[in-house]
Design a protein around this ligand. Structure first.
Ligand SMILES: Cc1ncc(COP(=O)(O)O)c(C=O)c1O
Length: 427
């Protein structure tokens, strides 16, 4: 904290541009924490908010419902193969806490009391609350709370750039999957397998190799383990598909959405389940089968209204097709970026790119300067008119999904300039 004397104040934003109190403009290179879809100050989304604000601002979902929340639930179920009902919350971490609680309680509801353990993959990230930290666990983020976190069974994830010696990536993928099968086949107490869908984002942009997620979903079915996916950062077009698990051919029992759900305008998340799970929560009052979970702002009408408008715009503007086209711009820059001597690896899918910085390309040693890499890149980025936030030694590019080709070219050119300018400070 001491490194940061003061913070720049953002006073307005338009399209992909953030504008500070001194009038400086920066491209929002991280979509305001990976959630912005259409750019800032979009008139249709603003109108959806103001229109709903005049009718009903908030009313509880305890015993009641509201029109925009119902409409959104219908839409979410429609676009999510295999899903049946929606549980709203107001941030991704809560959506994951809810997913964990639903998964654990499901087994209790059907009388399987021993199924209490949770399996997951190493280096995942599902949010900063205690349940989410337990199933995620990025050591640098959560190490100080390790004692308070509940234990999980963790499996390695294939990472092409850091495949252990002696393995090809496909050997290593099989090795990871064998480990999972071995455990699931022997341990009957595993309630759920929880993982990010398509890629680990905060854990360093680790894009799963083809078939990895699908095979885990099959193993879960085979061994009676609930399959729980986190699409909070990777769904809704971030990796180039609306529903990432559909693309990965791996239908979950429970899935969480967040971030892009409202276009990045209001805080909102959702946890969806299939019918089998929903039905297990139905019972007489005295059966105590219902889920004791609810937040003050669950199903907030303004947030759900803007989410409805956002989803309408996805369809109307063929956003997923547009993303698939725009994201090709990233590929044009692979060569130029990889030629920089501190760039070890580039990982890219859809509208997500991670550039891994290393001290030594041959040995793949991560850069490790005394000052935070985040601060160095933030300042250099700002000088080049872009807003960046690195994660460890990974420069993340996570632009607003509807960014134009011209703006994305500009962001990438400026990122290259920024890495080159920061080089001497981080090595
Ligand atoms: C995959 C994933 N899950 C959950 C979360 C937590 O979401 P929130 O920050 O809204 O609590 C994040 C946030 O970055 C995330 O990337």
């Amino acid at each position: 904290m001491k490194e940061w004397g003061s913070f720049d104040k953002i006073t307005s934003a338009k399209g992909v541009w953030l504008i500070d109190s001194k009038g400086n403009k920066m491209i929002d290179g991280v979509a305001s924490m990976w959630c912005n879809v259409w750019g800032h100050s979009n008139p249709q989304l603003v109108k959806a908010i103001t229109t709903q604000s005049k009718k009903l601002q908030h009313s509880s979902m305890f015993n009641l419902t509201n029109e925009p929340a119902e409409q959104l639930a219908e839409k979410l179920v429609k676009i999510s193969p295999g899903m049946y009902k929606v549980f709203y919350s107001d941030n991704g971490s809560s959506a994951m806490e809810i997913a964990i609680k639903i998964a654990l309680q499901y087994w209790k509801n059907i009388g399987e009391k021993k199924k209490t353990e949770i399996a997951t993959v190493k280096n995942g990230y599902h949010g900063d609350t205690f349940g989410a930290m337990s199933v995620g666990y990025v050591p640098e983020f959560f190490g100080k709370f390790k004692k308070q976190l509940f234990s999980t069974i963790q499996f390695p994830v294939p990472n092409k750039y850091r495949t252990p010696k002696g393995f090809t990536i496909s050997d290593y993928q099989n090795y990871c999957l064998d480990k999972i099968e071995n455990k699931l086949s022997k341990n009957n107490n595993i309630a759920a397998f929880i993982m990010e869908s398509g890629a680990q984002v905060a854990g360093g942009v680790i894009i799963y190799p083809k078939g990895f997620q699908k095979k885990i979903s099959q193993l879960c079915k085979k061994y009676g383990v609930l399959f729980v996916l986190d699409e909070i950062a990777t769904g809704f077009g971030r990796l180039g598909s609306m529903i990432q698990y559909e693309k990965q051919k791996s239908i979950p029992d429970i899935v969480s959405y967040g971030k892009m759900l409202t276009g990045g305008y209001l805080t909102m998340a959702a946890t969806l389940t299939n019918k089998k799970i929903y039905d297990s929560f139905l019972g007489e009052f005295n059966d105590w089968k219902h889920l004791f979970h609810g937040h003050t702002y669950t199903g907030n009408p303004i947030a759900t209204a803007v989410a409805n408008e956002n989803l309408k715009m996805y369809q109307k503007n063929h956003l997923i097709k547009k993303i698939q086209k725009t994201s090709k711009i990233f590929e044009k820059f692979y060569q130029e970026i990889s030629e920089i001597d501190i760039v070890g690896d580039i990982r890219h899918k859809g509208m997500l790119m991670g550039i891994e910085l290393v001290k030594n390309k041959a040995r793949k040693t991560p850069i490790n300067p005394k000052k935070s890499i985040n601060k160095i890149f933030f300042e250099e980025g700002k000088r080049n008119g872009i807003y960046l936030r690195t994660l460890g030694n990974i420069v993340m590019l996570v632009p607003p999904l509807a960014i134009s080709e011209k703006e994305l070219n500009l962001l990438l050119n400026r990122t290259i300039k920024t890495i080159k300018a920061a080089r001497s400070k981080v090595i």
